[in-house]
Design a protein around this ligand. Sequence first.
Ligand code: TYD
Length: 207
Amino acid sequence: MKKGLLITFEGPDGSGKTTQVQRLAQHARALGYPIVQTREPGGTAISEKIREVILDVSTPEMDDVTEALLYAAARAQHVSQVIRPALLRGDIVVCDRFVDSSIAYQGFGRGLGAGVASINAFAVQGVKPDLTFFLDIEPAAGLKRISRSGGLDRLEKETLAFHKRVYEGYQELIAQNKERYRIVDAGLDADAVAEEIQSLFDAWMAE
Ligand code: TYD
């Protein structure tokens, strides 16, 4: 039986990831799998503090490189304190965003390029996702959804052009990592998306 697995969720802002991470974790727990549900940036006390610094709308002057390093720093703590120990115990970690978010947002969105992969390789020390769900929604449609739900964070306030570059970044990541990526239409209603993800998960666990 498969164990010690890292399953990540990726997608544009407004793709409904948070709900779907929750739904998959519930589904897998009900099947008896030991599940650790977590998120980035965050997942530890230190990483949640870094999250507040990164997303704070009152500091728009944050340098792009600083931003990339802070995401990587939050991730380093998360990997060493939560993710790696869980994988070593044989648990299944379900994580809302991981390294690919940095490659898409900081690498493509901010235009920082390949340096982002390097700092993240240093941050995660070899931990890699086994399966990644991409919740697919056009950037404009995603932004429309979040603007309806109220207060936007520093990244969500970015221009549509930025979010389009992020989306293109994801398309490249998907093309380079076809084996581990599963693309889900995030435009459907939440129940239909959850069912699709559950059946993809069940099929993958049975492989
Ligand atoms: P997230 O908590 O997923 O936001 P939401 O729940 O509102 O979708 O992520 C917060 C923001 O941080 C989001 O705009 C994406 C961005 N982000 C990066 O730019 N790089 C990263 O490495 C991560 C993990 C997130």
